[in-house]
Structures are given as C-alpha cells and as structure tokens.
Write a protein that binds this ligand. Structure first.
Ligand SMILES: [Zn+2]
Ligand SMILES: [Zn+2]
Length: 353
C-alpha cells in the first residue's frame, strides 16, 4: 500500500456568501471520519448546479462557507478505521450524493438519492473544488485505474443522471427514445448511452450545429424546434411506425418542451423529467394522459449501482464527454461563461493549478 503525504493546507474555491463570488484561497485539509475516505481530487467537472448553489437559486439552503463541486475524480489517500472495501491508492469519485443513512426505507431499497438524511457534495457538505475532499466510503464512485481521471469526471454527475433517466424510461433495446436538449452537455451523453443501450434516438434541440453533433453521436433523427413547423408531427414521423417514441427524456432548460412531450409520446409511453428549468410547471391534458395511458415521472441522479454501471459504459469506450481543462484557479471564469450561456461541452478543473 502506497503511503501518501497529506499536507495540512490546500487550495480551494470557496463561496463565502450566497450570491458569490468564489474565492481561490488556502484552507485546511479535512480529516475523514471513521466511515469516510479522503480523496485527493485531481479533476472536477463543473456542473450548472454548482452555479445555482453559489447563487442560492434553489429552495434548499447550502452550507456556508461552501466549497462547491460534485464531479471530482481522484485518488483515495486516507480512510477511516471502519472502511474495508476501498483501499488507499484506489481511484474514486466524489459525486452529488456524498453520503446517506443507509438505514431508511429509501436507502434499504437502493433509492438512496431519496434519503431524507442525504449529504450533498458541494451543497450541504464541501465538494470537489478543492484538492482534498471527504466523502462516505460507501458512496464514493469506484473508478477503474484504466479510466482517465479528467475524462471520467463528467460521468460522475451528467453521465449517471442521464443513464439513470434512460433506465427509468423503461425503453428496451430496439425501441425509440426522444431526447429533448440532445445537443447540450447532458444531451450529448444521453444520446451515447441510449445508443449503447440499443435504443433508436430522436434528438430534439435548436440549430443545425446541434443537429450535426447529435447525428455524429448516433441519433437516427433530429428535429430542430427553431425551424420545425409542427414539432409534434415531426417527432411522431421520426419514430418509425409514426406512433411516437416509446419514451421521452426531458433535459431542456426551458418549460415549453415539457408541455409538448405528452403530445408526441406513444400511448403507454413514459415521459421522464430530468432538467429543471427555474420555476417551471409540467402541464399535461388529463384526458390524453388517461386514455393514452401515459406515465410522467421524474428521475434524480442515480444510486450506487447506477453509478458503477454508468462508469462501466465509459470504461468500455461507449460514451465520451467532450471537455476542456482549465485550472481550479480559473473557476470564476467558467461561471462567467455559464452565465452567458457560452459553454460548449463540459469544463473540467485541474486542482494542481
Ligand atoms: Zn451536476
Ligand atoms: Zn437513508
């Protein structure tokens, strides 16, 4: 077993008050509790949730001061005395679900994201925008050594989330799924997971450029909502037999696509909400929902098993997330680009600079 030198101080990006900004400064290295590991975070993806957490946008309070980040990939450098199933030197991922009670009815049924006592990385506990982060050993993602730590980082939130959504959609190999927001960061991963799961994909997004990227990733059809005269008819027509896709994955950041999904989904189809536009409501006609037996549901991150499965698709080379690496010190600039909507692909911060 390798012994790691653990410093007492480290670089971190700290939100000192709700609304930001982030302050790049030195803070103490945390110590893992008995059931926790200390991960030397090498790379961390930057997710929109991190910006929402800094801005205090959501109806759930964050800890303060706060170190954000929940796509941290690194190396286990210390562990508590109760930790048996992960070793120092192993590669591990800090994900949104940092820890849960493992004893409530949800945890017992592998629905640990629903645990009322869940600890959330970069939200209710410090996350991965620091060189050393703590997480419950039971919950850190196990990352195989052959996976590149920068490239796998976006799988830890975006990948798990869309993969779980596809599982929740109930779509089986050979069936068709419509992915709304297919050209975005989550969408491009969803298209790849769906293809790898043997599904036909209809990508829905705005602009010709996004259409090209969806098709390049394996979408069999693309519907451009900015130019489509009748989106509902076009999506149904793209589903092969014209009856509509078996499932719809809603990754959109605006409300309107949520209202259209029940119009084009096939009878008996399942509409899965994943994206969370601010203050959005889902409206669907009760008549159609009943007589066409449509299911509308939400899907929220994934459990430990979903995590390992999502990483294994990545390990086998079936999914890739385009990413750009910048220093942890430059996180503020990434947030500016996010606010301006100028992010293409995922930004991954390198904690060594
Ligand atoms: Zn995220
Ligand atoms: Zn629980």
């Amino acid at each position: 077993m390798t012994k790691f030198e653990i410093p007492t101080e480290q670089w971190a990006q700290v939100v000192e008050k709700s609304g930001g900004p982030v302050v790049y400064k030195k803070i103490p290295v945390p110590k893992p509790g008995p059931d926790e590991v200390l991960v030397n975070v090498k790379f961390s993806g930057v997710c929109h949730t991190d910006l929402h957490a800094m801005m205090g946008d959501w109806p759930l309070a964050t800890k303060m001061p706060l170190v954000g980040g929940h796509e941290g990939a690194g190396v286990v450098v210390a562990k508590g005395e109760l930790v048996r199933d992960i070793e120092i030197g192993d590669h591990a991922g800090i994900k949104w679900i940092n820890g849960t009670c493992l004893a409530c009815t949800f945890c017992m049924q592998a629905d640990e994201p629903l645990c009322p006592h869940a600890l959330l990385s970069g939200y209710t506990v410090d996350g991965s925008f620091q060189q050393y982060a703590v997480a419950k050993a039971a919950h850190v993602a196990r990352i195989p050594k052959e996976c590149d730590l920068a490239a796998v980082a976006p799988v830890l939130c975006a990948g798990i989330t869309v993969y779980k959504g596809l599982k929740e959609s109930g779509a089986r190999p050979g069936q068709t799924v419509a992915i709304v927001g297919a050209g975005g960061g989550l969408g491009s991963m969803a298209v790849q997971y769906a293809r790898a799961m043997g599904l036909h994909v209809i990508g829905i997004d705005g602009g010709a450029e996004k259409g090209d990227s969806c098709r390049a990733l394996g979408a069999g059809a693309y519907v451009d909502f900015t130019t489509s005269k009748d989106l509902v008819a076009e999506v149904k027509a793209a589903s092969g037999d014209g009856l509509g896709p078996h499932a719809v994955l809603l990754l959109a950041v605006s409300e309107k696509p949520f209202q259209q999904a029940t119009e084009y989904v096939r009878s008996r189809g399942i509409v899965v909400c994943i994206g969370m536009p601010a203050n959005a409501y889902f409206r669907a006609p009760v008549f159609d929902t009943v007589v066409r037996m449509i299911t509308i549901k939400g899907s929220y991150v994934g459990n430990r098993q979903d995590t390992q499965e999502a990483i294994d698709f990545f390990r086998r080379g079936l999914v890739k997330a385009p990413f750009k690496t910048v220093g942890l010190s430059e996180l503020k600039d990434v947030y500016h680009l996010m606010e301006e909507g100028k992010i293409v692909g995922r930004y991954v911060v390198d904690t060594s600079r």
